[in-house]
Ligand binder design. Sequence first.
Ligand SMILES: [Ca+2]
Ligand SMILES: [Ca+2]
Ligand SMILES: [Ca+2]
Ligand SMILES: [Ca+2]
Length: 382
Amino acid sequence: MGCGYTIMTTRILKKLGGVACLAMAFAAYIPSAHAQNNYTNAGTSVSNTFTLTYSVGGTTQPQIDNTGDPTSFTVDRLVDLTVSYQSNSDDDSVAPGAQDEEVVFLLRNDGNDNFAYSLTTVNEASGDDFDTSNLEIRYYIDDGDGSYEPGADDGSAQSYAAATDDLAPDAILWVEIIGDIPASQGDTETSDISLVADTLFPTAWLEEGSTGANAGTEVTADDGTNTVEGSAENVLNDGSGTSNEAANAGDYSDTATFTVSSPDLAADKTVQVIATNADGLFDCENDALVSANEYSIPGSCLEYTITVTNSGSADATISLLSDTLPDDLTFQGATFTGFTGGTPAQPVVGTDCDAGACVVSQTGGSVTAGNVATIEIRVEVN
Ligand SMILES: [Ca+2]
Ligand SMILES: [Ca+2]
Ligand SMILES: [Ca+2]
Ligand SMILES: [Ca+2]
């Protein structure tokens, strides 16, 4: 870094007649990495003295120093922040029509003073398929471990109004955006939502105390005329996370994506004659198809097949699949395949289906994503 603090070094070099560069004396004030940055608070007055002893021809001369007039400067106010979507902290895969779905963002104060923040949601208009409705913001105050623990170590949800609580340097808020997914959205469709945080005056600076009437108003950059001592001046050093805000404007943003995951369910029913069974010897419950050209006379064995196909990316939960067989039949058995869980039901083999006596059903359970479930029902013609 050489002579890190240019202004200060210039002053000291003048007093020393250009003898040395005192960069080392100020090395501690050069910003380091952001995470756990341990910055010096804005408004801190840093004083410093030096001594110079020398001799001429072996004779020690009076010491030169500035102990009676220490150099000092005020640490200015670094404004910087991080907004980062936490894709591992929520379920951003949502069902059509789902309500109060949430995405989670980290908001961290990367500056060197207390700040509050305004929080704004943006339903992005391009690059996605739909907008999420009824957006709301709430947040949790991290307990200092950097882990998202809503309702536990990070306490209960704070509802957001016009400004967040004051946030100390390095402190983190977990900001949740909550919204409703329109019922009409199809499988794999997406909705992009950005969170924009803008830096506001806190209720009190760390070193300089109450911000009075400025609390909750936007922090803007210094007028460009720096004073070395006196009040801390605002230096905006934020980047730009999305097109919703620019660099060095005291704000930052990131984008989360809801992706619709829905079952895509189709069902149909076919019938096939398994055996003409003219001699009455065919075992309709157990025997296999005789030929592709069997007739349906009284006594013939037929098979209905109900096929449920889930070509979506989410499981479909079955409420009830029910088939009441026609009066003209006698029930000969049913085979259920492909359902996960739930309860199949069927009449006793040999039941005459008059008056709705033959109900075959699947109650509950699911057809998982990408799978097919079937019910094969054997009957004889009366
Ligand atoms: Ca959108
Ligand atoms: Ca935590
Ligand atoms: Ca200054
Ligand atoms: Ca910015």
